[in-house]
Design a protein around this ligand. Structure first.
Ligand code: PMV
Length: 327
């Protein structure tokens, strides 16, 4: 076993443009389909991991000791790091989110990507980016993508052990400047986790169509990113998001993450588009609306969303970079 040193790393949140929604293996977090995302600047997690300074695993998130399922998830991830590294000591984990507090945007993607990078170094491992992506995936599927900046594709993979289910960069953060404007419509804690949401999705008669349509959506998004074609990327991103939420409506029990303001934001963005502003909606496992647009249109999109009743605040994000070691 190599001796590790306490390490701090940072990773950014990512927003999926072609969504991951459904697993082929829930223990290993292997996805039923591939997905494509954009990593976002400004919304990130810093994680510090130190092995050997404590008799039991400890985890503090934004200054508060983690409890319950949140703490258990971190301990399971530390167990995985111990299995992979031969490290046997317990660890102290301290994470800090730069996501505005109470914004309903805290993300397991940035958290587990930062933990994978800091934790692997602290445990004495030096992993290349593909192996880091596979490790982050075990904490949270979408974390596989937050290892990289810019536009990222997470491949479904075919292997039963998930060896080939890793993310890779498509276009760096500096290679295509876009904006994602986020409308926060509720800061209440998430009611249904993405894990539970995906389990429900599998009961929906629309789920087989989702899986069989994924390769076409991925090809369309890949081509749009290669061509830096906002209209084409926006159209497929909006389609993927609305299809993902339609699955939930037809699930048993049904699942609807939207609130009234979520629907009003969708209509507002469609009205902007009809008036000539290329802006496209995507929505994850919650009620916030994320709008993809050109940098020059972002102030107009932000002002339009801020004026929708029920929108609590609006954030504008540029593409973000790779996960990195800070100290
Ligand atoms: O990584 P998870 O288990 O939190 O799932 C993420 C699910 C979505 O955010 C809705 C879609 C995605 O691809 O990120």
């Amino acid at each position: 076993m190599t001796q590790g040193v306490p390490t701090t790393a940072r990773a950014h949140v990512n927003v999926a443009l072609v969504k991951y929604w459904g697993k082929r293996d829930s223990r290993l977090n292997l996805p039923a389909t591939g997905s494509i995302s954009l990593t976002l600047d400004g919304l990130s997690t810093e994680a510090r991991v130190a092995f050997g300074d404590t008799a039991v695993d400890r985890c503090e998130i934004d200054g508060v000791a983690a409890t319950g399922e949140e703490a258990a998830r971190v301990v399971r991830f530390l167990d995985l790091l111990r299995d992979e590294s031969g490290q046997t000591a317990r660890a102290t984990v301290v994470t800090r989110n730069t996501v505005p507090r109470g914004a309903g945007l805290a993300s397991s993607a940035s958290a587990f990507a930062a933990l994978a990078l800091a934790g692997s170094r602290a445990a004495g491992l030096r992993l290349e980016a593909p192996a880091l992506s596979a490790l982050a995936r075990r904490g949270s599927g979408s974390a596989a993508r937050s290892i990289f900046g810019g536009f990222v594709e997470w491949r479904r993979g075919e292997q039963a052990d998930g060896r080939d289910s890793i993310a890779e960069p498509l276009l760096g953060a500096g290679e295509w400047d876009l904006r994602v404007v986020v409308a926060i419509t509720s800061t209440a804690p998430k009611a249904i986790s993405s894990r539970e949401g995906m389990a429900r999705a599998a009961t929906s008669p629309l789920y087989p169509a989702w899986v069989s349509g994924a390769d076409a959506d991925l090809a369309e998004a890949r081509a749009a990113i290669r061509a830096r074609d906002l209209e084409a990327l926006g159209q497929v991103a909006e389609h993927s998001a609305l299809k993902m939420h339609a699955i939930g409506l037809a699930a048993r029990p049904p699942l609807l993450y939207w609130r009234g303001a979520t629907v009003d934001c969708i209509h507002r963005v469609w009205a902007l588009r009809a008036e000539g502003t290329p802006a496209f909606v995507t929505i994850d496992a919650g009620p916030q609306v994320k709008v993809l647009c050109a940098p020059s249109d972002a102030p107009r999109v932000a002002a339009a969303l801020q004026a929708v009743p029920g929108v609590e605040r609006v954030l504008t994000c540029a593409p973000g970079g790779d996960a990195e070691v800070l100290a």
